[in-house]
Design a protein around this ligand. Structure first.
Ligand code: G3P
Length: 219
């Protein structure tokens, strides 16, 4: 339990470095008062343009990846059989830090860029699935939220497939932790859907904001 808590705290400490918020402040705005009001990559892209959006994407991915790599580096040799479980707890902590940073009155982002950083540091097998699912949906619909939620469904599916079939080799190393890994991943997915609840309502009503990378966006 203590080890899990340490991973959550390390994750939170990195996750709360809210790139969108600080980038916005540098440009003299509180990003949460513009566009969708979300302190994340998509809203920064819409409000401040592609350079700002990609900087925030990179920053949020990097902070989560660093937290996960750090935990792997500190605990990997001590607890090799629990490595992947500890990485998932760290990512969960980082997403909590990103979504609920205490110094922003707990009003942060939705955790998608941080999740992308996590899977890069977690295991390579998620990267093609994330890229394909997101890019296909985004290209067709231009709804970032739809692509974001779909990659979470893909994340759970791939984790369970790997856990049961052992296609990529990481679940074998975490045999004692499989069920707990699924549970943490499901909690992360529920959190992502909860953070996107207003997007889901808008998607159903057909009122969700479309996002374009190189065209000016409506904010
Ligand atoms: O990463 C967040 C994205 O999925 C939705 O953001 O600004 O459209 O609510 P936004």
């Amino acid at each position: 339990v203590v080890l899990r808590l340490i991973c959550l705290v390390i994750g939170y400490a990195f996750g709360m470095i809210q790139t969108a918020y600080f980038y916005g402040k540098m440009k003299g705005i509180d990003i949460r008062k513009h566009g969708s009001g979300n302190a994340g990559t998509t809203n920064t892209l819409r409000v401040l343009g592609p350079k700002a959006g990609f900087t925030v994407l990179f920053g949020d991915m990097l902070k989560c990846a660093i937290a996960v790599w750090l935990v792997g580096w500190i605990f990997g040799s001590m607890y090799p059989e629990h490595l992947y479980l500890l990485k998932i707890y760290t990512a969960f902590g980082a997403i909590l830090g990103h979504d609920f940073p205490f110094y922003m009155n707990f009003k942060g982002g939705k955790g998608i860029a941080a999740t992308c950083g996590f899977v890069i540091a977690f295991h390579w097998s998620f990267i093609p699935m994330f890229l394909i699912v997101f890019l296909v949906l985004f290209n067709i619909t231009h709804y970032v939220s739809l692509g974001s939620l779909a990659i979470y469904v893909g994340f759970i599916a791939l984790l369970v497939i790997e856990g049961q079939l052992g296609l990529f080799g990481f679940a074998d190393m975490a045999t004692p932790d499989k069920i707990e890994m699924y549970i943490v991943a499901i909690v992360m997915t529920v959190l992502a859907f909860y953070r996107h609840r207003s997007n889901i309502v808008k998607l159903i009503k057909g009122e969700e904001r479309k996002t374009y990378i190189f065209k000016k966006n409506k904010v």
